[in-house]
Design a protein around this ligand. Structure first.
Ligand SMILES: NC(=O)C1=CN([C@@H]2O[C@H](COP(=O)(O)OP(=O)(O)OC[C@H]3O[C@@H](n4cnc5c(N)ncnc54)[C@H](O)[C@@H]3O)[C@@H](O)[C@H]2O)C=CC1
Ligand SMILES: N[C@@H](CC=O)C(=O)O
Ligand code: NA
Length: 431
């Protein structure tokens, strides 16, 4: 007996840029495999784009393209919507309309999830549909599903991630070649890693959005974007990189989410980590996330955090999961916020610091500087002088101290007559 053909699940794709065109191509190329894995075929019902133009790179019927994305997501019978437009609007309105129309949604939009995830999660829960977003953090690397599902029986204590490929490329180049920030950024732009406007990457906004998402899942607590302390890499100098090397360390832009005194602390900033740390070897534009959990111990997730095909891999994984749920008339796990831990201010965060000071080269300078640190309860671990006379630089590394105490110390140092400039303050992490 011939089995009746299975009714396809209808997929609306929003966006056909770097990620969307890879998703469309892989949906076509892997159609048989995906149908076998879901149990029903996935059919592209339409592709929303901003402007009509030649679509030679996407092997689908040109009639599928539409500039009316709202009409597409509200069409009757749409089962699944993939949002890869990016930004806040119209992505948010389109996702909400899709959910209201009964579709499950897969998105790669970290900016929107970090800014207003709560509205989307609430809408998905009310409608009983899935909202999946594995591609939003660290692209192809499976990290959100492991946090949400595989590690849900454990207690995560700390998540330490390199979650921005552009900045990791720039810092890797600065480390390998001794280049300055501007030179390394030019190279990243020439190779197509950095956007025409690289602000979201180099100022840490992209990593901060990802950190908020990681922290929310790891600690079952809603972490709003504005609770994430953010510093980018624009102030990192070749001298910082050289100083890190002299200490057996490398500079990385880290997203750190950790438990501090029963609360959650989330921050993004450059840091010096030991050259032997698993994250230190993550070069080029690669991403990696290091997780410490009570029972599991240390885990490391590594791979490509950007690019069309790698990001599409994560999108398709979510799409198959959502499609399987739909075929089985169920939905997967939603947002888990039961812990609702307080989010700690940055001032409470305790870490070590590397501080470089341009100082006068005369007796009593070291004593005055040490006095400032001591006055704020910040203990100095090492101090060394580089250069002399007009080029004298004091490089201090502290023991652990609260961020607020270090900030007060730096403010006082800036006011000292013998300190010409506080040329660099960088956190020292990872042992
Ligand atoms: N490119 C990457 O490596 C990664 C991207 N992402 C995320 O994936 C999403 C998409 O990124 P890309 O593909 O790089 O962006 P892109 O700029 O290459 O593509 C955006 C697409 O959205 C379409 N679009 C814009 N406004 C629209 C509108 N009003 N209606 C319909 N379509 C519209 C554009 O025509 C274009 O096809 C973003 O949320 C991004 O943060 C996540 C991980 C990695
Ligand atoms: N701009 C991001 C890519 C997407 O998340 C990066 O450089 O990592
Ligand atoms: Na991912």
């Amino acid at each position: 007996m011939v089995e009746p053909a299975k009714e396809p699940l209808r997929v609306a794709l929003l966006g056909s840029g770097v990620v969307g065109s890879s998703v469309a191509r892989l949906l076509v190329e892997s159609a048989d495999d995906l149908a076998a894995r879901v149990g029903r075929p996935l059919e592209i019902a339409g592709i929303g784009v901003r402007r009509e133009r030649s679509r030679a790179d996407v092997p689908v019927d040109p009639a599928l393209f539409t500039t009316d994305a709202m009409e597409l997501v509200t069409r009757p019978g749409i089962d699944l919507v993939v949002e890869v437009i990016g930004g806040i609007e119209p992505a948010r309105s389109l996702i909400l309309a899709a959910i209201k129309n009964g579709a499950s949604v897969v998105t790669a939009n970290k900016a929107l999830l970090a800014e207003d995830g709560a509205t989307l999660y609430a809408a998905a829960e009310e409608a009983g549909v899935d909202l999946y977003y594995e591609a939003a953090v660290a692209g192809a690397i499976p990290i959100l599903r492991p946090l949400r599902e595989s590690l849900v029986g454990d207690r995560v204590q700390r998540v330490l991630g390199i979650v921005n490929g552009t900045t990791n490329f720039i810092l890797s180049r600065m480390t390998e070649s001794g280049a300055g920030f501007a030179e390394a950024l030019d190279e990243a732009t020439a190779l197509g890693y950095a956007e025409a406007d690289p602000t979201a990457d180099v100022e840490g906004f992209d990593a901060a959005a990802k950190a908020a998402i990681l922290a929310s899942l790891a600690f079952h607590t809603r972490v709003p974007l504005d609770a994430v302390h953010r510093e980018g890499i624009t102030e990192v100098t070749a001298a910082d990189v050289a100083s890190a090397r002299a200490m057996g360390r490398v500079v990385k832009l880290l997203a750190i989410a950790e438990l501090v005194d029963g609360g959650v602390s989330v921050r993004v900033h450059p840091a010096m980590i030991p050259a032997t740390h698993p994250l230190a070897g993550v070069g080029d534009a690669f991403n990696a996330v290091f997780v410490q959990a009570e029972a599991a111990g240390e885990l490391m997730f590594y791979g490509r955090g950007a690019g069309g095909d790698p990001t599409a891999s994560a999108v398709l994984g979510d799409l198959v999961a959502a499609a399987r749920n739909r075929a089985g008339e169920s939905s997967g796990p939603g947002e888990s916020t039961y812990a609702s831990l307080p989010v700690r201010p940055m001032g409470d965060t305790v870490t070590r610091y590397h501080v470089s000071l341009d100082v006068d080269d005369r007796p009593g300078v070291l004593a005055a500087v040490a006095q400032s640190f001591a006055g704020h309860g910040v203990s100095i671990q090492t101090v060394r002088q580089e250069g002399h006379a007009d080029d004298a630089v004091l490089v201090l590394v502290t023991h652990t101290a609260p961020d607020a105490a270090l900030a007060a110390t730096v403010e006082e140092l800036r006011a000292l007559e013998i300190v010409r400039d506080v040329s660099s303050v960088m956190r020292v992490e990872g042992g």
